[in-house]
Design a protein around this ligand. Sequence first.
Ligand code: URA
Length: 475
Amino acid sequence: MRVLRVPPDFEVWRTMAREALREGWAPEQMDFQDNTVPAPMNLDLSSTESPQSRNIEHPFVPKTFLESAKLGAVHRDSDRWNLLYRLLFRLQRNRELMRVEIDDDVAHLKQMEQQVRRDLHKMHAFVRFRKIEEADAAGKPQEHFIAWYRPDHRIVPLAAPFFAERFAIMRWTVLTPDETMSWDPEAKALSFGPGVGKEAAPQEDELEDLWRTYYGSIFNPARLNPSAMRNEMPVRYWQHLPEVTLLPVLMQQAESRVATMVTRQSRQPSAAPFVPEEHTLPVLRAAMPSCKGCDLYKYATQVVPGVGGAHAPLMLVGEQPGDQEDIKGAPFVGPAGRVLRQAMEELGIVDSNIFMTNAVKHFKFVQRGKLRLHQNPRSGELNACRPWLAAEIEAVKPKVVLCLGASAAKSLLGGTFALMKERGVIKPTPYADQVLATIHPSAVLRARDEQSRDSLYQFMKDDLALAYSTALGKT
Ligand code: URA
């Protein structure tokens, strides 16, 4: 048996594996040991065996294998390097192997890949930063956000780009037992260092209070379901969440808060008193800035009315303005808008045939440092803003309304609408005779990989094509 000790680095394993294939080592002759696990006492790195397989100079490495292998490589399964070598070796004889889902090796790798993806998803959601004040190189005070987190797998390098993008203007460090990652917002550079214990992270600070206030205000007692909460957020993760200290109190108060919510139902926020009787676009546009139908007007820069053809046959309804739309005062002028426009261009859609607007007219966000992070509107906000949307539909009288994403669909097609099941199906509603829904362009942007991005984009484009041809009376 030829034993190789492999550090936790996919590229190092890749070089070793290529070398082994070139020399003709069969998987049964190889033992790629995980060097983060202590070596056995009797480890013997010398081998008297000679390779028993044919030499492979230029191995066939399909993309499907490479993508899964990169994720599988960070799994803690100590046998993962051997599994990857076995698969790589077998792929040289069976180029379609990765498609054989019932194959034990393929199934094992897919399962590891799924566990790693889930771990990444949890890390993205549950890392909580604490702020510390420190001195920069010139001795000036600067803010540094620190988090401690224990992922199941060695995912830190894979998780890093998400944090770099999300918290680009903050100086931050995430400490984990395996590795530390830091972001320098001036150099726009990530760096990695050795892992540390939890004690290296600062304990208490004002951010914790902020999180608690936030969590206390989003907690919906009517939906209290502790077992669902435990499923979504296994107890193991709770230790990282400052809001956890609030949970027992919130749970105790749940019943009385439900009662309060019920009495409040009768005085729900609504834009209705602010919507003028005359439903024409210029009149609606002039009236919208004075709306105080819900609280969102207090924080947004401005209201964002719909734009486009005054009698467009197709109306596109987004969720709410984003950061860019809030600043510029027009819908879909940011990254999601670019995706939408690309699809429109590819389909040859003429601008004057489209009216674009949103289910909610003000940007809803949480301020995190200098960042404004988008927040989904609640049902109360969708309901409050619906009179504006209904008035815009009445003014434009589109033949077809296409809802982009779940929030817009909820507003016009009802709270039980299931986007992925019912997308692309045209239905009558009280607001317009032909309403359908599709994927939101920002879901395309957020897709977890290229493959799902392509298919989400294609869904959106297909539904847009259907909506457009129906609106023009072509089907
Ligand atoms: N997302 C939306 O739903 N609407 C916009 O206007 C921009 C982004």
